[in-house]
Design a protein around this ligand. Structure first.
Ligand code: ADP
Ligand code: MG
Length: 760
């Protein structure tokens, strides 16, 4: 059940930090001017100012200059939000901005210094003070702390820091982190401890804390559950959840030359932030029905805070120095868009997963158990007492005031019992009429009784300790009235201050409105002379022209920013495409086609986790190897032979526990080589070869036509012949060639004609 409320905008405030020492030393120009009264920030771009352009002006719900105090920010901006969380609304505070502009300072601040403590420690105080002042309400406060780094969620309070958590969604409660630990905290000190542990884990998990924190998002979650008796006489629980988010630095990450891990990091670092920007744009646009919450872990987790069931404050942190002007303008534009997001906050009443309800039920159950125990004790006691006054007269009397007595003597009961047993033991020892054996038997019995008694006592103690521990986790207020009156006075004072501040703001707003009214009145004025009209209208025109120029410049800036962003995305896309092509090359050229198909058939995309996963091999219907498994495997984890099945039916025989039928058919790899094929030989070459390889007996050389100058050649040919005969001859080859080609080839002048042996 939830109370519907009308929609309200995301509140955006801007905070400009003071110049730091380095900036002062380098004498950087201050380009940001903050008008706290009108909630305006104007930024002068030195490059554009020289070209005659006007400063850029942005208006926000509130703006804070470099002299702003942490407590001012808290009282004016965050206190109302935390108050509504205490009433059962969801609330979110984002800190957005470039690294080093004061996000962590705004969220955490300097915790040991009350003046410089940030929103998170101030909210701890606020929540627990509120609880201590409450009347007739029961509270349960718990805290979780997580970090999103490179699109992976880490539980900062868990012992196992290597574990990555998954996001899940439930129709009733929405998106949540599965297995995220949360700690019930009973005081400011306890919740501070939780935060310290988380911060330690955050820094331990990284080699360079600054670097890491500028690239990761940290979310501290406080859940406040409150149980109160409603007008219907039933207990109702309201649950408010406060998300305190310190976002990653919004500066552009340079990606040039990034590869492998670094490329992955570069593409993922700002993914959440650009997804956040896209979500904001889509929400503000109003035309797009699809809001890309699912594009990143951050936007999915904080889905409710953006356009959903939550009150949201966004703090945009900026620096004043000139060298940061581009980033400052980007931050301001980004936050300017967020102003127009409409949320629909409502009180979360009686949700199914309220821990407080579970605690109350558990305590009630334990109390019943404890009562049962006490009941048993009572019965025994009655019996004992009835036995004592065997004449029967005193029994009723005793039963009447037994309840009161029971309450009073709860602790005495065990002692009494113990003393009694001791006494009985002693009496047995001293009784000389008993035989030694009998004595030993009786003593043994008594000792057993004493041991039982002790066990029972321990169990009872444990149970009541458990009840106490659980009850102590539920916080109730109204304990120290004197303190409260003091604090209430202090609070009242604060409230008065707040009201005064509010009034001052109202007055200023009215002044602003009056100013605007004057302007419109001027338009309606009638003019006494034509010249006057021309003058006034020229003035107006000039003003409007300046405005037009400012808007034009703004449009150009936005276009430039878009182009930059597009170029960056294209670069990332190109790098990823290159990476993909390499993977393709490897898969296509080095992974056998069938293997690839097998993997492709098994793989499926898990929308929930947004990862490709492999189906377990047994679930593939069309896998031939699986289909050829014997029928004997059906209904069993493994194939079993019939004998084993029968034996198993008779009783759980270990002998057959692991009996398998092995599948011995081999999964043959496909052939990756070719059979040898004889090359095609050109007829000329074949003829030549045929000639050369011809059987020596068939060879007739007539050297009569050669003159003496050829003699050495003839002897050389003789030697060649010798060599030829030494060559191994494959019958097959020589046969084929002899049969297919003629030896006498008149067309070939190189070879001498064969005319039998040379005559002497
Ligand atoms: P971020 O978390 O945005 O990277 P930090 O919160 O770490 O930036 O701030 C950087 C430095 O500037 C810190 O030393 C911090 O103390 C200082 N600083 C930031 N904002 C303010 C401020 N409003 N007043 C004084 N010091 C500030
Ligand atoms: Mg930081």
């Amino acid at each position: 059940m939830s109370k519907s409320k009308s929609s309200e905008s995301v509140k955006v405030v801007v905070r400009c930090r003071p110049m730091n020492e380095k900036e002062q030393a380098a004498a950087f120009e201050c380009v940001v001017s903050v008008d706290v009264k009108f909630g305006q920030i104007s930024v002068r771009n030195p490059r554009e100012a020289s070209a005659g352009e006007l400063p850029k002006v942005f208006t926000f719900d509130s703006v804070y200059d470099c002299n702003s105090k942490q407590l001012d920010l808290y009282d004016e901006t965050f206190r109302p939000l935390v108050d509504s969380v205490l009433q059962g609304f969801n609330g979110t505070i984002f800190a957005y901005g470039q690294t080093g502009t004061g996000k962590t300072y705004t969220m955490e601040g300097v915790r040991n210094d009350p003046e410089r403590r940030g929103v998170i420690p101030n909210s701890f105080d606020h929540i627990f003070t509120h609880i201590s002042r409450s009347q007739n309400q029961q509270y349960l406060v718990r805290a979780s702390y997580l970090e999103i780094y490179q699109e992976e969620i880490r539980d900062l309070l868990s012992k196992d820091q290597s574990r990555r958590l998954e996001l899940r969604e439930r129709p009733d409660t929405g998106v949540y982190v599965k297995d995220l630990s949360s700690f019930v905290t009973k005081s400011v000190r306890e919740i501070e401890n939780v935060m310290n542990v988380g911060n330690q884990n955050r820094s331990v998990g990284s080699t360079n804390m600054n670097e890491h924190s500028s690239r990761s998002h940290a979310i501290f979650v406080i859940t406040v559950e409150c149980s109160e008796l409603g007008v219907d006489g039933e207990n109702h629980i309201r649950v408010g959840k406060l998300n305190l988010v310190d976002l990653a630095g919004s500066e552009r990450q340079t990606k040039t030359g990034a590869q492998g891990e670094r490329l992955k990091e570069a593409t993922k670092i700002n993914l959440s932030l650009s997804a956040l920007g896209n979500v904001i744009s889509a929400l503000v646009d109003g035309r797009s029905s699809h809001i890309p919450y699912r594009d990143s872990k951050l936007t999915r987790l904080l889905q409710d805070s953006l356009g959903g069931n939550a009150r949201t404050v966004m703090v945009a942190n900026i620096g004043p120095a000139s060298y940061n002007v581009e980033e400052t303008l980007t931050t301001l534009r980004y936050s300017n868009r967020a102003k127009n997001i409409k949320n629909k906050p409502r009180v979360n009443e009686d949700p199914k997963d309220a821990l407080l309800r579970k605690f109350q039920e558990e305590i009630a159950k334990l109390k019943v158990q404890l009562e049962k125990r006490t009941g048993r004790k009572n019965k025994r006691r009655h019996k004992r007492r009835a036995g004592d006054c065997s004449n029967g007269d005193g029994r009723d009397e005793e039963s009447e005031d037994d309840d009161e007595e029971e309450e009073e003597n709860k602790g005495d009961y065990w002692r009494e019992q113990q003393e009694k047993l001791e006494k009985e033991k002693k009496a047995i020892m001293e009784d000389h009429s008993l035989v030694a054996e009998e004595k030993a038997q009786l003593l043994k019995e008594k000792e057993k009784k004493m041991a039982d008694l002790k066990k029972e006592q321990e169990a009872g103690d444990m149970l009541s300790a458990k009840v106490k521990a659980m009850e102590s986790k539920l916080l109730v207020g109204g304990k120290n009235i004197v303190d409260h009156t003091n604090e209430q006075q202090k609070m009242l004072q604060l409230k008065r201050q707040e009201i005064a501040e509010q009034k001052r703001r109202e007055r200023e707003m009215q002044q602003q409105m009056e100013c605007q009214d004057e302007e419109t009145l001027e338009l309606k004025e009638t003019y006494s002379s034509l010249q006057q009209e021309v003058d006034i209208k020229t003035k107006k025109l000039k003003k409007l022209f300046a405005k037009l120029q400012a808007v034009k410049a703004e449009i150009q800036d936005i276009q430039e920013a878009h182009i930059n962003e597009r170029q960056e995305l294209e670069q990332t896309q190109n790098e990823l495409t290159r990476d993909l092509k390499l993977k393709h090359l490897i898969i296509e050229d080095f992974i056998p086609f069938q293997e690839k198909n097998k993997i492709v058939n098994r793989a499926f995309f898990d929308d929930e986790d947004e990862y490709w996963k492999m189906r377990p091999i047994t679930h593939i219907e069309d896998d031939h190897q699986m289909m050829s498994r014997p029928q004997s495997a059906i209904g069993f984890r493994r194939p079993l032979c019939n004998h084993a099945r029968v034996a198993m039916k008779d009783g759980p025989d270990l002998r057959y526990k692991a009996e398998n039928i092995l599948l011995l058919g081999m999964d043959m790899p496909s052939q990756t080589t070719k059979d040898y094929q004889r090359p095609d030989i050109a007829p000329k070459v074949a003829a030549a070869l045929e000639d050369v390889l011809k059987n020596e007996d068939d060879l007739q050389v007539d050297a009569s036509g050669f003159n003496s100058s050829f003699a050495p050649l003839a002897s050389a040919s003789g030697s060649i012949r010798k060599q030829k005969s030494a060559r191994p001859r494959t019958g097959k080859q020589s046969n084929t060639w002899t049969s297919s080609f003629g030896v006498h080839n008149p067309a070939s002048p190189i070879y001498p004609q064969c005319r039998g042996l040379v005559p002497k």
